[in-house]
Design a protein around this ligand. Structure first.
Ligand code: HEC
Length: 274
């Protein structure tokens, strides 16, 4: 009993310690959370949010077109099959073979519709050419998020300080990827303004200026990147539309059952309540 009593006198201190630990833990968690948010947001640009709708088949088809034409030369998406894409995007086998498959398999023949969406580039070549292997893009919409991808594809700019490629990216500074869609977007340069805060002058990034036009207007380019991002969102979660569709009927069923059960309950309790 004595032991227990001393235990109780110690208790407030113990509680205090506990509270402090919780507070420390919470601050730690908050800090790491904000750190990861800052990391996700990249260096200095706020991320833009495109209007993503993976139920929009036409947009997905256009996005897929850009993806197979301009991205799969370097990037693979081999968690996904062309046949699955064709089924989800309302494409026939012929359309898929003709417009969406530009790679060949090991025997030199055109890749089959049932094959995985593999890039033609080998990892060794990628490492040699870019210093890093271009990552698999099948799940990037989940790891980076669609806002990140959208803003990334709009944030390539001319950077003379970078030898070799001469291109940099505001969202992913120092990225080894060239601006593969430059023909459409044209070339842009960042605009900075000097802001003085507490007597310290800093250069603040204010957006981009188009210095040579591409074949598309900025609006058309934005639309294309929205479609592309939409397609990558689909790639990262191909079952989403199906899930929504089934989920709707499940909820409707449950609602119907709830009503039925309520009437059943009324029926059972009718005599008891009297
Ligand atoms: C010429 C080769 C090449 C082409 C074509 C290409 N990329 Fe890349 N991409 C790369 C390389 C290399 C990296 C790795 C960059 C790094 O980590 O520094 C990369 C990285 C990326 C990343 C960042 C992924 C991550 O999680 O770090 C995204 C997103 C991306 N590419 C999207 C695209 C899209 C969309 C297209 C098609 C419009 C495309 N890429 C076409 C070479 C390419």
């Amino acid at each position: 009993m004595m032991g227990l009593n001393t235990g109780t006198t110690d208790k407030p201190k113990g509680q205090l310690m506990q509270r402090r630990n919780v507070a420390q833990w919470a601050t730690g968690a908050l800090l790491s959370l904000s750190a990861s948010v800052a990391l996700a947001a990249g260096a200095s640009v706020p991320l833009e949010s495109p209007a993503i709708d993976t139920g929009n088949i036409k947009s997905l088809q256009r996005g897929a077109q850009v993806f197979v034409n301009h991205c799969m030369g370097c990037h693979t998406a081999d968690y996904h099959r062309y046949s699955r894409m064709a089924a989800d995007l309302d494409l026939t086998e012929e359309e898929t073979l003709e417009n969406f498959i530009f790679t060949t398999d090991k025997s030199g023949e055109q890749t089959k519709v049932g094959s995985l969406m593999e890039s033609a580039m080998t990892e060794d070549y990628g490492r040699q050419a870019f210093g890093v292997v271009p990552p698999n893009l099948a799940l990037t919409a989940r790891s980076r998020g669609t806002d990140w991808i959208y803003t990334y594809m709009k944030s390539f700019y001319i950077d003379e300080e970078r030898g070799g490629v001469g291109v940099n990216n505001k969202v992913y500074p120092g990225a080894a990827m060239p601006h593969v869609l430059w023909e459409y977007q044209g070339w842009q340069k960042p605009i900075y303004e000097t802001e003085t805060k507490d007597g310290v002058e800093t250069e603040v990034f204010k957006g981009f200026e188009l210095i040579s036009e591409g074949t598309m207007t900025p609006e058309e380019y934005d639309d294309m990147i929205t479609d592309l991002t939409n397609f990558m969102a689909y790639l990262a979660d191909p079952i989403k539309q199906e899930r929504l569709r089934i989920g709707f009927w499940v909820m409707l069923f449950l609602l119907g059952m709830a009503v039925l059960t309520w009437f059943l309950k009324q029926e059972y309790w009718k005599d008891i309540k009297k």
